[in-house]
Write a protein that binds this ligand. Sequence first.
Ligand code: NAD
Length: 375
Amino acid sequence: MHYGKEGIEMDFKVGVIAGDGIGPEVTAEATKVLDAIGQKYGHTFHYTEILMGGCSIDATGVPLTDEAIAAAKASDAVLMGSIGGNTTTSPWYKLPPNLRPEAGLLKIRKELNLFANLRPAYLYEELKAACPLRDDIIGDGFDMMIMRELTGGLYFGERSTKEVDGVMTACDSLTYNENEIRRIAIRGFDIAMKRRKKVTSVDKANVLDSSRLWRKVVEEVAKDYPEVSYEHMLVDNCAMQLVKNPAQFDVILTENMFGDILSDEASMVTGSIGMLSSASLNETKFGLYEPSGGSAPDIAGMGIANPIATILSAAMMLRYSFDLDKEADAVEAAVKQVLKEGYRTGDIMPQSGESTEGITKVGTAEMGSLIAERV
Ligand code: NAD
């Protein structure tokens, strides 16, 4: 580790999982932007390539090796493109499920104990037309962060399917202990402190015991954050409010399954999948940062993928793993600037019937360079 004059760390070890499909193309643009940040602010990012997904299957026979896990653990943070191929035609999907590309992703999340998933939903003024909501609902736009618990709850509880009294019966259990709730709540309030200082904790406390415990623990944690205002909201109401008045939200804090559904809903109201970043964090400063979309095999290798989601994921890495808020702001401002100047990749071009005046279509590498030049 090497520290600068103000005690700010200057050197960072970044593991890069380029992955499959468009992954290598978009991660190359994100490291280009990180290097521009490094030059401007005096940091050095040391990259280690880590194999995961289909490319790892081809090279080693498994989607994630022990060496790859060790390399990820030795990094300060990991930046990922995406993994996987065409699920109907790729030979990777003829393998047993535990050897397919996605098994690598589940394994790395577990190995690194990534229990907190963050997905921002931000509406860019320039991309308002892609938002399916009415203008009067969009208003001045919205900017929220969905904070989803990722390693507990219904998706990890005991499950069974068996015949009971001659009738096939399936059961999934939703379990949370107070420690699991506390650690995600602390993360949520910490992140609210870096934002507009509001937390909406989402549960179903009128029905579920797990939600009642969730609510109690969130209230205890809230006492340590007097500057943050917080409220509880039932999940069914939250699903409605997201399309009725999205601007009311800053940080939405919720359990695994509610977060799975609400984060997809929130991201769809922003428009394009090529703009959506995400982070998965553990109890330390470590995080795995990746675009929300997949490997887009239909456009892989064509140089037309939108790298912005990956570049914004790198900005999240600067903010949440490296505490470099100023540098993260610079990346986000550069993205806004290129959009303002009219540069678009194919996926965010105006739809038919909309004006293309002042709009320039660019490819993946050009978009990355334009952003790097503006940080
Ligand atoms: P996808 O997100 O890859 O693609 C859906 C559509 O969005 C495609 O038309 C694609 O071209 C487009 N798209 C996605 N990202 C884009 C970008 N950056 N720029 C422009 N267009 C973009 O979803 P899919 O087709 O369902 O999945 C493809 C593969 O990705 C599968 O193997 C799936 O398992 C995998 N996947 C991986 C992750 C991950 O690595 N975390 C996440 C989701 C899906």
